[in-house]
Design a protein around this ligand. Sequence first.
Ligand code: ADP
Ligand code: 5GP
Length: 192
Amino acid sequence: MSKLLIFTAPSGAGKTTITRHLLEKFDFLAFSVSATTRDPRPHEEDGVHYYFLSKKEFKKKIKKDAFVEYEEVYEDQFYGTLKKEVKRLWKEEKHILFDIDVQGAKKIKKVYGDEALAVFINPPSEEVLIERLKNRKTEDEKSLKKRIKKARKELKYANKFDTILVNDVLDVALKEAEEMVLAFINKEPVEK
Ligand code: ADP
Ligand code: 5GP
């Protein structure tokens, strides 16, 4: 039976870095590709990192009840998990990995209960988080401000999830993430 591993955190805390590592390490995991209305970043591919949709297409899917959950994560930027995507991965008999915002993570956890592990990734401090976001150089000034404002609020939600993963020294965090996954799905460590 497939389980769900939900990684959530404010923007810049390290969700993408950690979930990519886990996907490379463990063949039994599959990434839930979300739909979004934001523009692709360089190197992001449609259907791999996100399903990039126009706002019109996204709204049509909301009307058709196509989402397990969706959020207007930032003003005028929608993100959501498609029911079809979860079904697709379920069929592949993989455990499903999610990289979603705090509200979306709470919804998925509520739907799937004990079948899901919800991990909050905590940066060592708010200052470090802001530094990482700036250094990533993916956002313009306006988008950066939006993300920092939201991140300040989201940092307060750490205790609302099953477990907290502190992402300070990356190698340590990656190892801990691996151990959390294996413990949850009950597998022995495998070297790859
Ligand atoms: P998120 O997906 O949560 O927005 P990212 O994985 O994109 O976060 O990480 C934000 C930035 O911080 C990226 O440039 C990433 O390379 C960097 N980063 C992630 N974890 C660490 C860490 N432990 N130490 C230093 N930099 C990190
Ligand atoms: P980014 O634009 O940096 O890729 O993502 C912005 C935020 O949206 C991140 O917190 C990311 O986890 C979140 N996100 C990505 N996909 C989904 C989704 O399907 N649902 C929700 N609620 N949030 C998502």
